[in-house]
Design a binder for this molecule. Sequence first.
Ligand code: PLP
Length: 290
Amino acid sequence: MHIKTPVYDFVTEYLTKDMSRLHMPGHKGQNILGCETRDITEIKGADYLLEPEGIIKKSEAIAAQLFGTACTLYSTEGSTLAMKAMLRLAMMCSDSYRSNRKFRILAARNVHESFVHACALLDFDAEWLYGEEMYSVCQCRITPEGLRTALEGMTDKPDAVFVTSPDYLGIMTDIRGLAEICHSQGILLLVDNAHGAYLHFLPESLHPIDLGADMCCDSAHKTLPVLTGGAYLHISNRMTELYGDLYLRAKKAMSLFSSTSPSYLILQSLDLCNAYLAEDFPEYLNDTCQ
Ligand SMILES: Cc1ncc(COP(=O)(O)O)c(C=O)c1O
């Protein structure tokens, strides 16, 4: 399959023109570190990450196709940013928000600190779900039965459930089982999949979106060949069926927390990664698993 890499190609073409760089970054493409040449900013034709209409939009659409999502957004500030955007979007879609009540979320206790920062920034309180075997703070095994019991014990049901899977020790949660319970009660399932970007490319996908999660964040840089900071916010087809096209709303949600100067080195790396994922990656992954 031939996969286009519009962001990478734009920078390559820009370099062939050998123009004076009367724009940021201040290094002007001079190689002090060695990687400056390809480091550009939002010049004409380079699109805008937070309001894309050109090469970035095209590249994100290719990523969405590869991951089988309704839409996928790039983050150049890790899952830390993608998670905040995901929570803001879930909040904006929730009944609570629309009826002027506080967003309610039930979260497995081993959340990453970015989740707690999002609670503070978005002004909502999490209710904690404790796992059945908690030998360390890194671990919090939530089973479908455990979730069902926790929900039965709540007088007001939450707008969303949030879990971290794979966790910091590589342990996976039964996302399919949790999704069935959440969806039967009109609750969104959000997953911190920071450690599992590769899961979609296994012979049988174990990626949260394929197992029924409504949204998830993946740190592309953790398990895919992407520069540090590269990540995705994935939005499922189910979310689009429920709330319409969420691409622009998700961009708005992300812009609430992100820098307006995204790294084009990271964007090119995410863009090139698409070609890699469409080519040899599934085979390499399968060999490694064997
Ligand atoms: C489970 C989990 N979620 C989120 C993050 C944040 O990811 P990032 O470093 O891509 O911002 C991390 C980082 O280590 C993590 O381990």
